[in-house]
Design a protein around this ligand. Structure first.
Ligand SMILES: Nc1nc2c(ncn2[C@@H]2O[C@H](COP(=O)(O)OP(=O)(O)OP(=O)(O)O)[C@@H](O)[C@H]2O)c(=O)[nH]1
Ligand SMILES: [Mg+2]
Length: 471
């Protein structure tokens, strides 16, 4: 155990030394992580960001662009041979085709390299020719960050923690009655192991649906290409003193360790620890629409996810980061085109409040953070509509279900975000003084002028925060 960790650290040190040398003497690379819970808007964000960096007519908020210093941006083969490529062309085709539709859900990590040729600014501009920045964009599910808490736990400690939690949670397939000491000490019987893992997974899904956020292991909920494999076929068991070989307990313990070393560790080591910048996308409007419980769950889940951005809290993380850190983190409420711009400030304030604890801590750990609301792909236009003697700020777009055009008023977000968050914390079922609703709009049919990327809201500002200082 100890030997492998030392060997691992050594290779990593050599690797990072290698990175530094190539960064100084050759072309610098910036790794941008894009994450968020499922359906937060990661795929649309990356697709539109890349399209708008290649055709920069709608990116005035990116300073290097407004100074006309970005000469070209082009896609390149990515540097990591074992990572799937982010399928940019297919996703863009979906959004920009003759019958535009949203891209399919993606369930695993993927990567894309965009290279930007830039003229240096300031004093150096006359002395140096253009230089190239490689932007490596990594898309990964936020759910995977939730596993971090397992790394510093033994199977025994994790089992006890989960079994205690489960006592107060739904258990539709009756996992708890199966998880007895007798079962734990019985000889391993694979069909029994599979039934238990399946019942435990059902319980995790049910707990998630009821708004509980600590639902580990994360891959049980979002298995990617690991579905059905032995590393996902285990469950917590009651403690057994010196379990005998060949028992269910010993096998589940072995699979738990395999899950840590083969699933969690490689992700954090090979992908997460190499990020320089991070954007966390949050569908805050979707949660507000779903009600107070969903907002409170979102707040808690975000807090759990964001512990990953504080390496000091986990010995495992400190080890793999080796002093390196993510130095800028942007928290972005997505799909802001569901709101008239007069409400965007309120959405940003809600986003700030939702991530306040985590942002304070990240800042403490040396990372610069910001919150913002954006739409990666604007699917609506704005309109003021008179209604019962007042004018309501509405948005208009094509409805997903019917394909018809409709104008729509989503409700008035509160000036003070704590109105929403405190109602959410008290666990009420519905908002008291407002109804919120979000329509599903289809992406609009687009005819773009040459040099123009897809329409968006504040994507240029997000890009400026995330990469502007390196251009
Ligand atoms: N109106 C609007 N809707 C958006 C925008 N971005 C995302 N959406 C909606 O959110 C859905 C999810 O977006 P994706 O980009 O696929 O989200 P994801 O995080 O990649 O989702 P998974 O791959 O399933 O984890 C889309 O199908 C759209 O319905 C946006 O900028 N505006
Ligand atoms: Mg996706």
């Amino acid at each position: 155990m100890v030997l492998t960790s030392i060997a691992d650290s050594l290779t990593r040190t050599v690797e990072s030394a290698g990175n530094t040398i190539s960064e100084t003497f050759f072309e610098p690379t910036l790794r941008l992580g894009v994450t968020g819970l499922s359906r937060a808007g990661k795929t649309v964000f990356i697709t539109s960001l890349v399209a708008n960096l290649m055709d920069r007519g709608r990116m005035p908020g990116l300073v290097a662009q407004s100074e006309a210093r970005i000469l070209t941006a082009f896609l390149q083969p990515q540097p990591d041979d074992t990572l799937p490529r982010f399928d940019y062309e297919t996703h863009l085709g979906a959004l920009m085709g003759a019958t535009p539709h949203w891209p399919d859900s993606t369930r695993a990590v993927s990567e894309l390299r965009l290279s930007l040729k830039v003229r240096p600014s300031g004093l150096l501009s006359g002395l140096q020719g253009p230089r190239t920045l490689h932007l490596d964009i990594v898309d990964y599910p936020g759910e995977w960050l939730l596993d971090l808490g397992m790394m510093d736990k033994s199977y025994d400690a994790w089992s006890q923690a989960m079994l205690t939690r489960m006592a107060h949670r739904p258990d539709p397939d009756h996992f708890l009655p199966m998880a007895t000491t007798d079962a734990a000490t019985a000889k391993l019987d694979e069909p029994v192991a599979q039934r238990m893992a399946a019942a435990y997974t059902t319980a995790l899904h049910a707990a998630r649906a009821e708004g509980f956020s600590d639902c580990s292991p994360g891959r049980f909920l979002l298995p990617g290409d690991l579905a059905g494999s032995p590393v996902l076929t285990f469950a917590p068991l009651p403690p057994v003193d010196k379990p005998a070989r060949g028992t269910l307990y010993r096998e589940f313990e072995r699979r738990f360790d395999a899950y840590k070393s083969r699933v969690i560790k490689p992700f954090f080591q090979d992908h997460f620890s190499r990020l320089d910048r991070q954007i966390v996308l949050v569908d805050a409007l979707g949660a507000i629409n779903a009600g107070p419980r969903a907002v409170e769950d979102l707040r808690q889940t975000l807090a759990d996810i964001l512990t990953a951005f504080r390496p000091g809290t986990s010995s495992f993380l400190s080890q793999i980061f080796l002093g390196k850190r993510i130095d800028k983190i942007l928290f972005a409420a997505t799909k802001a085109d569901h709101l008239h711009h007069t409400q965007h400030g309120k959405l940003t304030a809600i986003m700030e409040a939702l991530t306040r604890d985590a942002r304070d801590r990240a800042r403490f750990a040396g990372a610069e953070t910001a919150a913002m609301s954006l739409a990666a792909l604007r699917a609506t236009t704005e309109e003021m509509i008179s209604h019962q003697g007042t004018t309501l700020p509405c948005v208009r777009g094509t409805l997903m279900d019917s394909g018809k055009q409709a104008a729509f008023y989503p409700g008035d977000l509160p000036e003070d975000p704590n109105h929403l968050l405190s109602a959410a914390r008290t666990g009420t079922d519905a908002w008291l003084d407002q109804d919120y609703s979000v329509m599903s709009f289809a992406p609009a049919r687009l005819t773009l002028k040459p040099g123009e990327g897809p329409p968006h809201i504040r994507l240029d500002r997000a890009a400026q925060f995330l990469i502007g200082d390196r251009l």
